[in-house]
Design a protein around this ligand. Structure first.
Ligand code: SF4
Length: 418
């Protein structure tokens, strides 16, 4: 059987897509080493110009170390750069998002192919097992309707459309019966789930929570305006992970306007304070250095970040993405300034995270992930804080309660005896 290696770039949605491709492969074996594989499937990311360069760099490295391998481009980059890479024979095949369920046939092709498909599809594949993972990612929707000025996603993943509730529940039931207890709901814009099929995220969550074996549900990322009263009523449920990732992207209203965002600071502040009072840790995405971010805007934004009950951050330094509104904006922020702002932001949230952990280090409910290091394990607690665990017992993929974890600078630590 021919050997296939999967190389995944980018976000959780892409990781999930790789699992879908793996679950649809029948006539191939999976190979860890890309230098000895017959076929390399690149599940690419195209979120910035830098992401495109990483994919190109990887293609070049494969051509050097494994020149006979067939390279297949999948993922978001197939939709933005696939035609160019195919034209110049840099890749043997291109397959769009909708072609994942057809991967077994496509990889058997002896002649070059360009199968870009369409951007209105919705996956129906069921993934029964996630190789080597204790937490399962469940994709509940595709695409986004938001049109933020810096983002290319709507044109490479299409408009928002939901997966069928029955398919999602069937998938979770299968995984739960295979031993998975924690489920992470993902998608391009998770909170838009249900808009097109007359339901919503809160209703889906309630149904998932009733499935036997489901112990904890995490939600990948939400937009502030998507958190409605029905969702807020679920915040006290025991199966909700006590961490929400709410994508603010910025805390200065002028900047939010430039970014064409739908949130504003006053509402964001009210929302985050409400959720924090329920005992939640709160993470966010934040872009520093977007065109137009003057010194004054940044100072205002940082003061506001300081005042918000944030505990986790995905901080991004703005990086130009061609074919977006932001890419032609003036008032560019110099790289060294953006770097300083990025550091100020992450230092601020790291400190807030440590303070949060000092008040939340008992009764930590942790799902241990598999490990290669004997006696040393790691996992995340209900607040999505990392716990390092030392134990002589085999704790892989099991749940533990850490009664009184030691709070260290960047993580918590616990010795588990029995
Ligand atoms: S919400 Fe904005 S940043 Fe997120 S995928 Fe949609 S357009 Fe892009």
């Amino acid at each position: 059987m021919k050997k296939v290696h999967f190389k995944t770039f980018g976000c959780r949605t892409n990781q999930f897509d790789t699992q879908i491709m793996l679950s649809n492969l029948k006539n191939f074996t999976i190979e860890d080493d890309d230098s000895t594989s017959d076929i390399i499937v690149i599940n690419s990311c195209t979120v910035t110009n830098g992401a495109d360069s990483s994919v190109r760099g990887y293609i070049s490295s494969i051509k050097r170390k494994n020149p006979n391998a067939k390279i297949i481009l999948a993922g978001c980059g197939a939709h933005s750069k696939g035609d160019a890479l195919f034209e110049e024979n840099a890749v043997f095949g291109v397959m769009g998002h909708s072609e994942k369920s057809n991967i077994n046939n496509l990889l058997q092709k002896e002649t070059p192919f360009y199968e870009i498909g369409d951007l209105n599809y919705v996956d129906s594949s069921i993934v029964e097992n996630f190789v080597g993972k204790s937490r399962a990612f469940i994709k509940i929707q595709e695409g986004c309707d938001f049109d933020c000025s810096y983002c290319i996603i709507p044109s490479v993943r299409g408009r928002a459309r939901s997966h069928k509730t029955e398919t999602i529940l069937e998938q979770i039931s299968l995984l739960a019966s295979n031993g998975y207890g924690e489920f992470i709901l993902t998608g391009t814009n998770v909170g838009s789930f249900g808009k097109d099929i007359d339901t919503n995220l809160a209703k889906l969550l309630k149904k998932i929570s009733l499935i036997r074996g489901v112990r904890r549900i995490r939600i990948g990322s939400l937009e502030p305006i998507q958190i409605d009263d029905e969702f807020k009523e679920l915040l006290d449920e025991s199966w909700m992970a006590k961490h929400l990732h709410i994508a603010l992207q910025h805390t200065d209203d002028k900047m939010l306007g430039i970014m064409n965002r739908r949130n504003n600071f006053i509402e964001d502040e009210k929302l985050l304070n409400f959720i924090s009072q329920k005992g939640y840790a709160i993470g966010t995405d934040f872009i520093v250095g977007h065109p137009g971010e003057s010194e004054q805007i940044w100072e205002n934004a940082l003061a506001r970040i300081n005042a918000l009950p944030l505990t986790h951050i995905h901080a991004f330094t703005y990086s130009k993405r061609d074919a977006t509104a932001s890419s032609v904006m003036k008032d560019i922020v110099k790289g060294d300034i953006a770097k300083v702002r990025h550091a100020e932001l992450t230092n601020c949230i790291n400190e807030k995270n440590r303070i949060f952990r000092e008040s939340n280090h008992t009764n930590l409910e942790v799902l241990i992930e598999s490990t290669k290091n004997k006696n040393s394990y790691k996992g995340y607690d209900q607040f999505y804080n990392l716990l390092e665990v030392k134990s002589k017992l085999d704790l892989s993929n099991s749940w533990i309660i850490a009664q009184n974890a030691e709070v260290r600078n960047d993580k918590n630590f616990f010795e588990y005896e029995c």
